[in-house]
Design a protein around this ligand. Structure first.
Ligand SMILES: Nc1nc2c([nH]c(=O)n2[C@H]2C[C@H](O)[C@@H](COP(=O)(O)OP(=O)(O)OP(=O)(O)O)O2)c(=O)[nH]1
Length: 146
């Protein structure tokens, strides 16, 4: 049995896996408690799905895009990054392979933000879901090493 009963997957969508300069972040439209906060597009893994399959499905449903999956942004738990007492999220770097991302479902706005070292603070200044902040920090540190 997994420790966290809700497995979530999230995508750090970058313009290029090889040489990332921009990341697509999404502002939630619901539920009320999360509306207006920024997040990694994605959602809950359904039964019978792998995390990778769930992420591909969610990105098609929410944004209308197909993707290539890159490496995982490792959290400190086997289920990824702990979000709350019930849920943990695995996060993957992703590149769009087909389609133009649109806020089709669950999002108010999508925004490409620079991940360059000198602009890292711009991303951190967005009102993220609080549980995502350590993930964003780790992601920036990985991207700045490469
Ligand atoms: N997608 C996503 N969810 C996050 C992030 N950070 C975070 O705490 N969460 C939480 C919010 C939700 O409680 C849960 C994911 O739920 P969701 O509403 O996105 O999942 P879903 O698309 O499958 O929607 P549903 O079937 O529950 O309607 O994880 C994040 O960066 N991305």
């Amino acid at each position: 049995m997994s420790e966290y009963s809700v497995q979530v997957v999230g995508a750090a969508i970058v313009d290029s896996l090889e040489s990332p300069s921009w990341m697509l972040v999404a502002q939630r439209s619901a539920p009320e408690s999360l509306a207006g906060l920024w997040e990694f597009p994605g959602g809950k893994v359904e039964s019978g799905e792998s995390c990778e399959q769930a992420l591909e499905r969610e990105l098609m449903e929410e944004l209308g895009v197909s993707v290539h999956l890159g490496s995982e942004v490792q959290g400190d738990h086997p289920q990824g990054w702990v979000l709350n007492e019930k849920a943990a999220m695995r996060v993957f770097l992703v590149e769009i392979s087909r389609g133009e991302p649109l806020p089709l479902q669950d999002h108010r706005e999508l925004r490409w933000v620079s991940v360059k070292k000198q602009s890292g603070q711009d991303i951190l200044d967005l009102p993220w879901i609080p549980a995502d902040l350590p993930i964003v920090r780790e992601l920036l540190s990985i991207l700045h090493q490469s």
